[in-house]
Design a protein around this ligand. Structure first.
Ligand code: FES
Length: 139
């Protein structure tokens, strides 16, 4: 490879890397937030780590792109953990009865609907079913 070929290849490689970086920066864009998980169906044992926080009302865990929270004695909620504004992971705040995004302050009800923006779209909600200590989460 001569010097000219080397420079041409270097230019092509640089262009590819820059294009990849540009496309990656689209993640988290409010016009293109990460898609919520589809076809969800898993079961977790809430008596075992790392899900044991769900034994107590107010506890929450993350699994496979979802946040799962125990919002009452016999009530759970499972939502996409990805804020619909720019993709930050939301947090469950039991005392406020909401999911909170620490990035720009969006809040969501425990059913995923928007309380306040800047997020304009709800968090996708999934079904839950408890049988003993086994919690099924499904679309
Ligand atoms: S990423 Fe902006 S409010 Fe969540």
């Amino acid at each position: 490879m001569d010097r000219k070929e080397f420079l041409i290849n270097l230019t092509k490689s640089t262009a590819f890397v820059c294009t990849s970086c540009y496309l990656a920066s689209c993640y988290g864009d409010e016009n293109n937030p990460a898609a919520p998980p589809q076809n969800v169906d898993f079961t977790i044992d809430i008596s075992q780590s790392p899900y044991s926080a769900l034994q107590n009302v107010g506890g929450s865990v993350y699994k496979d792109g979802l946040i799962i929270a125990r919002i009452g004695t016999n009530t759970f909620t499972a939502l996409s953990q990805v804020c619909t504004h720019q993709g930050t992971t939301v947090q469950y705040e039991h005392n406020q009865g909401r999911m909170h995004c620490p990035n720009h302050g969006s809040n969501f009800k425990t059913d995923g609907t928007v309380i306040n923006g800047p997020a304009a779209s709800p968090l996708k909600k999934y079904n839950t079913s408890l049988n003993g200590t086994m919690l099924r989460v499904f679309s």
